[in-house]
Write a protein that binds this ligand. Structure first.
Ligand code: PMT
Length: 421
C-alpha cells in the first residue's frame, strides 16, 4: 500500500531518529532516476550517501540528465551499469526494465524536472524512467528541482498535488539562490539530507505491524440551522499526521475525520463525519476491531438542542441558543471493559499539566498528549505543535516545538514501545 506523505526539510532536525533506537534492517533496493536539471551534478554524492544508508542503488538516467553528469561517473559510484535506453538489447539481456521495476523497493527521482513530473501525473511511458515507474510496485519518491518560477507555476503545483494523491512521496524542494541567479523555492535538498529522509522512510521500524489503529481528527460541526453551525479551528493536520505515521509504522489505519480542507492520507478506511454524534457512531462501529484508539479530534462539547429546519430570521433582539452536551467519545472508549490502548489529546489554554492529568484519569486514558493552545505555533491550525505527553504512571515527556509530522512519529513510536512492553 502506498502512503501519502510529504517530507519537508524539517525532518533533518529529527535528531532522535528512530533509527538511533532500533538497529537498521538489511539493505533495500533503490532505483535512482535522474532527470535533466543542473542539480543532477549532485547525484554522484547522492548515490554515495544512499549507499551509506544501506541502499543498493541502480541508476536510471533520462537523455537530458546526461547533459549534466556522465553515466560513467554514476556507474563508478554505484558499482553497476547505468540504464538510460528503453530499447537496449544489451541492458535488457542483463537486467531489463521490467525486472528492474520488480527488483526495486523504492524509486527515487532526484532531481525530478517539471517535465518528468507532468509525465508521471499522466502515466506517460515514453522513456525508460517513466516506463519503469509504471511497471513497478515500488514506492516512488520525487525530489523536484527547478527554477522557482517553474515550481510555483499553477500547473506544476496541480501536478504535485495529483502526484501526492497517487501515493507518491514528495521531498519538498529547498529555498535559496538558484543556478540561474533567481532566489526562491526549487533547489534540490542536499544529498545527505535526501539520503536521511529516505532512510527514515525505508527503515522506519514496523512497531505497529498488524495493529488496527482508529484515529479521530479534525473538528466536529454542529448545525444550528441550514446555514449556521458551531465548530472550532481544528484543521485536521495533527490527526492526519498521526495517521501517516501509523501507516509508516505498519498499522492498519481507520481515520474518522470531521470536515477539513486537507487531503487525507491513503489509509485503509476513511470515514467522513460532520457531527460529534456521527463521529461517536463511527467509533462504536469500529470498536471491536480497535487495538489502539487516538482521539485527536476537537469534538464539540455541545450541540444545539434543536436544529432549525429553516434559516432562523433576524429579529433585532437577543435570542437564546439552548445547547445539549455531546457524547464524550473518548470517555466511552476509555471506560469499556475490553478497551484498546487509548490515547487522548488535551487542548488547554491554562494549567496544561493539571488539566491533562485530570482528563487522563477521568477519561480512562493510557496516554495523553497535551498542547498549550495559548502559545503561537501550537495546537489548532498550525503546521507545528509542542506536546507534553503524560502516561498512566504519570511519567512525562516534553516534545519540543516541531512539525506535526515529526511529533506524530514520536507519539506513534511511544505508543509502539508501550504496547510492546
Ligand atoms: O487539527 P489541528 O488544527 O492540527 O489541531 C490539533 C488539535 C489542537 C485539535 C489537537 O492537537 C488536539 O488538541 N485535539 C484535542 C482537542 C480537544 O477537543 O481537546 P479537549 O481537551 O477538549 O478534549 C480532550 C479529549 O477528549 C480529546 O482527546 C478529545 O478528542 C476528546 N473528546 C472531547 C469531547 C468529546 N465530546 N468527545 C471526545 O472524545
Amino acid at each position: 500500500m502506498s502512503v501519502q506523505f510529504v517530507v519537508t526539510p524539517v525532518h533533518l532536525s529529527f535528531k532522535e531518529s528512530i533509527l538511533t533506537k532500533i538497529q537498521k534492517l538489511p539493505h533495500k533496493n533503490l532505483v535512482l532516476g535522474i532527470c535533466g536539471g543542473i542539480a543532477a551534478y549532485k547525484c554522484a554524492d547522492l548515490v554515495r550517501r544512499l549507499k551509506e544508508q544501506n541502499f543498493d542503488v541502480r541508476v536510471v538516467m533520462t537523455q537530458a540528465a546526461k547533459e549534466f553528469i556522465t553515466p560513467m561517473t554514476l556507474q563508478a559510484v554505484s558499482g553497476h551499469p547505468v540504464h538510460s535506453e528503453l530499447f537496449d538489447a544489451e541492458m535488457e539481456a542483463a537486467m531489463g526494465h521490467i525486472e528492474l521495476g520488480k527488483w526495486a523497493d523504492y524509486i527515487l527521482i532526484a532531481p525530478a524536472t517539471a517535465n518528468t513530473i507532468a509525465k508521471l501525473v499522466h502515466g506517460e511511458a515514453n522513456d525508460l524512467l517513466t516506463t519503469l515507474v509504471l511497471a513497478s510496485q515500488a514506492q516512488v519518491i520525487v525530489a523536484p528541482a527547478m527554477n522557482q518560477q517553474m515550481w510555483s507555476n499553477a500547473t506544476t503545483q496541480q501536478n504535485i498535488k495529483n502526484l501526492i494523491q497517487q501515493g507518491i512521496i514528495l521531498i519538498e524542494p529547498a529555498s535559496g539562490v538558484q543556478a540561474c541567479g533567481d532566489v526562491g523555492v526549487g533547489r534540490m535538498p542536499e544529498p545527505a539530507d535526501i539520503a536521511n529522509m529516505l532512510a527514515d522512510i525505508a527503515f522506519q521500524p514496523q512497531t505497529l505491524k498488524s495493529k488496527h489503529i482508529v484515529i479521530t481528527a479534525g473538528p466536529t460541526v454542529e448545525p444550528i440551522d441550514p446555514v449556521r453551525f458551531l465548530s472550532n479551528h481544528s484543521s485536521g493536520k495533527m490527526g492526519y499526521a498521526l495517521a501517516r505515521a501509523a501507516l509508516q509504522a505498519g498499522a492498519k489505519v481507520t481515520l474518522i475525520s470531521g470536515p477539513v480542507n486537507i487531503q487525507p492520507p491513503k489509509v485503509d478506511t476513511f470515514i467522513s463525519v460532520t457531527t460529534a454524534s456521527q463521529m461517536f457512531d463511527a467509533v462504536k462501529q469500529n470498536f471491536d476491531q480497535t487495538d489502539i484508539f487516538i482521539g485527536c479530534a476537537a469534538v464539540a462539547d455541545y450541540a444545539p438542542d434543536k436544529v432549525s429546519e429553516q434559516k432562523i430570521k433576524k429579529k433585532g433582539e437577543q435570542i437564546n441558543l439552548l445547547l445539549k452536551p455531546n457524547p464524550d467519545i473518548i470517555s466511552w472508549v476509555g471506560n469499556q471493559k475490553d478497551k484498546p490502548f487509548v490515547v487522548g489529546f488535551a487542548a488547554e489554554s491554562e494549567h496544561l499539566q493539571q488539566n491533562a492529568i485530570k482528563k487522563l484519569k477521568t477519561k480512562g486514558l493510557n496516554l495523553i498528549c497535551a498542547n498549550d493552545i495559548s502559545q503561537p505555533g501550537v495546537g489548532f491550525n498550525s503546521s507545528s505543535n509542542r506536546i507534553l505527553m503524560i502516561d498512566d504512571n504519570l511519567d512525562e515527556t516534553l516534545l519540543e516545538t516541531d512539525s506535526k509530522d515529526n511529533l506524530a512519529k514520536k507519539i506513534i513510536f511511544e505508543i509502539g514501545s508501550k504496547i510492546i512492553n
